[in-house]
Write a protein of this length. Structure first.
Length: 226
């Protein structure tokens, strides 16, 4: 079996330039997002969901991307060499080896790894910007909440809150104790956003949002982009 190494970065690039991704981008309807939620979704969230959707396809469609097939084929090669490397291993693991289950598991792990890689790439476009610098990159006629690091710079793409630029959007940082199964409890900090007047659409109604903070996110600010 041919031994070809393919990096996760190469696979991600192949997916982002695929017909699937191009079609999803061309079919995005921001107006419908606003009608449904009262604001558009973050671009990076839309892109990450599109990547997740790619891996929801039939495996034959996923493996039609040659970089993915080469990567999966290499993982299969390594697994086969492992199970036939020793008689005890073969009788313990090899006889129960199911190719379809193995490939599906590999694609699941690949999807998770690429999501983390893509998130890092997308956030790089925003990290280090001041709120004022970020304003020029944001959609008009919307209010956002931007998460900041200790230097007052953005950590990620700002969160759209409402298209009502006359609304009063306030926030505060609150800490809660959460229970994690088998791991006990830990502290979690959130940005609790209040929206006045509340958002009302045919599909939803709410007056607040909760945005989870990561350790390096210590502050926030609102950005009004009229």
């Amino acid at each position: 079996m041919e031994h070809v190494k393919v990096s996760k970065e190469e696979i991600l690039t192949a997916i982002l330039t695929s017909n699937y991704f191009k079609q999803a981008l061309s079919e995005r309807k921001v107006e419908e997002e606003i009608t449904f939620y009262g604001h558009q979704t973050r671009t990076m969230d839309f892109l990450k969901e599109t990547l997740e959707g790619f891996f929801d396809q039939d495996p034959t469609d996923i493996l039609s991307i040659n970089k993915i097939w080469l990567w999966v084929k290499e993982e299969i090669r390594k697994e086969i060499l492992y199970v036939i490397g020793d008689a005890k291993i073969f009788f313990r693991d090899g006889l129960a080896f199911k190719m379809e289950d193995y490939v599906n598991e590999q694609l699941k792990d690949l999807s998770s790894d690429l999501s983390a890689l893509y998130t890092k790439q997308l956030e790089t476009e925003w990290q280090g910007l001041t709120p004022e610098q970020a304003r020029d990159k944001l959609q008009k006629e919307q209010i956002y909440v931007a998460l900041l690091d200790q230097d007052g710079k953005l950590t990620t793409e700002p969160h759209p809150i409402t298209t009502n630029t006359q609304a009063e959007v306030t926030w505060k940082i609150e800490e809660e104790t959460i229970q994690i199964r088998f791991l006990g409890t830990r502290k979690q900090r959130n940005i609790n956003v209040d929206i006045n007047p509340p958002i009302k659409t045919e599909n939803t109604q709410y007056s607040g949002r909760i945005i989870r903070l990561r350790p390096h996110e210590v502050n926030a600010t609102t950005i009004k982009n009229p």
